[in-house]
Design a protein around this ligand. Structure first.
Ligand code: PMP
Length: 436
């Protein structure tokens, strides 16, 4: 039975030394107070799929709809100008968050998937021809595989895959051999949404640049957990989603170095991406608007900016240290469960706030020795005990093939999770294991 706990939230208060901070943080998220079935409070450990939203994000968006709403950029009237100001201020907030040089480098998209598709499509069109190569890795999300397969189908490019070790880390010995005169771009994830592996992208970017090749980083799973500085990384493109960092759904960001974005053709046509149009010819708008066709989600951009301000006000260093502590604690506690198999790096410095696991049936004598409890059964039973995790292939089917499994259970943490919730997860897994 999952015990009802009095939540102390002491973990989050300790890194910053600000007593009581955690209490405020947890109460910023009304949904965490929900009762699911007869279980209270909800233990939400599905943050890699999407995070919950603090009150300030929802309120900023509601306020904009109630008091400001008007289409941006094209209006001379007061509301339109105010909405435009908010939208452009949001772009500046994103620029500051990523430490980009200019707001010209910040493109609003619908999310990581659209950002990656934009780069694959436009970069492919401008810089790749039949036989040219893109380098990805074995741990990519489908968004960073299928986008390139679309280019492959259209243009006959080749997708090459950097392998991973059994530990779930990239095998970088001999990485230079992957580069040749046909390599056009490297596209890889910063953090694996399955294994939690934090890839050494700064080194990879340096190596790629030494070969004259640009790099796109999928930052969906890194931006919520630790500080990202695109100038320091020197990446050429960087993608992330608002909804995974406490912001609204339906908005994300593509960062691109200005010199690259200038060279790419537009992605979609219409709306703000034009300068002049005749039936014969169109001239395109300047950056960043060249890539923003149609009415942007200007209310979501306000929500995203609020979310980024929210995490910045807590401090990404504080969040990182809290989540590292929680992940280390969870790995330690979970390994106490007989038959537990945790995927991904054992070293907590290489492992982000995502834990993929499978548990053997008690009778089979240990992890990997016999049948695992099916991830779907585990997820469903945990749900009945008031604990939300994710199960399945996590949009990384090729990685599942590499690991020789169909799917995993995945617990993933956010700034509002606590050690008490980890304890609840561990007791619930033990209870389920006994049921089998
Ligand atoms: N890449 C990674 C590593 C992800 O975890 C996800 C979301 N699961 C995506 C890309 C796609 O993000 P979105 O659905 O927000 O576009």
């Amino acid at each position: 039975m999952v015990k009802k706990k009095i939540y102390s939230f002491s973990e989050l208060s300790s890194p910053s030394g600000e007593v009581g901070r955690g209490v405020g943080i947890r109460s910023d998220f009304p949904i965490l107070g929900r009762k699911i079935y007869d279980k209270y409070p909800l233990v939400y450990l599905d943050n890699a799929a999407t995070t919950q939203k603090p009150r300030c994000v929802v309120e900023a968006m509601t306020d904009e709809y109630y008091n400001v709403n008007a289409n941006v950029h094209r209006g001379v009237h007061f509301l339109s100008q105010q909405a435009t100001d908010l939208h452009e201020q949001a772009r500046e907030t994103v620029r500051r968050f990523l430490n980009a040089r200019s707001t010209n480098e910040i493109i609003f998209t619908r999310g990581t998937t659209e950002s990656i598709n934009l780069v694959a499509s436009c970069f492919g069109q401008a810089f790749m021809k039949e036989g040219d190569e893109v380098l990805i890795t074995e741990m990519e999300h489908h968004a960073n595989i299928v986008s390139w397969q679309l280019v492959q189908a259209r243009q006959g490019i080749k997708i090459r895959v950097i392998p991973i070790s059994d530990e779930g880390e990239l095998i970088l010995d001999g990485i230079d051999d992957f580069f040749n005169e046909k390599t056009r771009i490297v596209s890889l994830t910063h953090v694996s949404n399955v294994l939690g592996t934090i890839n050494p992208i700064k080194d990879i970017i340096r190596i790629a640049h030494a070969h004259g090749v640009p790099v796109l980083i999928d930052g969906a799973q890194s931006t919520p957990h630790f500080r990202v500085d695109v100038q320091d990384l020197d990446c050429d493109f960087f993608a992330f989603s608002g909804h995974k960092i406490y912001g609204p759904t339906g908005i994300g960001v593509l960062y691109g170095k200005e010199e690259w974005l200038e060279k790419l053709p537009p992605y979609m046509g219409g709306g703000e991406m034009i300068k002049t149009v005749t039936f014969e010819h169109t001239t395109f708008n300047d950056l960043p608007y060249k890539f923003e066709a149609g009415t942007p989600d200007y209310v979501a951009s306000t929500g995203l900016a609020k979310a980024l301000d929210y995490v910045s006000s807590i401090g990404l260093d504080v969040i990182e240290s809290h989540e590292k502590d929680l992940t280390a604690y969870a790995m330690k506690r979970m390994m106490e469960i007989p038959g537990m198999k945790i995927f991904g790096p054992k070293d907590i410095n290489q492992h982000d706030a995502v834990i993929s696991f499978l548990v053997s049936l008690p009778s089979t004598g240990g992890a990997g020795k016999g049948a695992f409890i099916h991830h779907l059964d585990m997820g469903t039973l945990l749900d009945r005990l008031g604990i939300a995790i994710r199960t399945g292939h996590h949009c990384a089917e090729p990685l599942m093939h590499r690991l020789g499994i169909e799917g995993t259970c995945r617990a993933s943490f956010a700034l509002y999770n606590t050690r008490e919730e980890v304890d609840a997860l561990v007791s619930a897994i033990l209870r389920i294991q006994q049921m089998f």
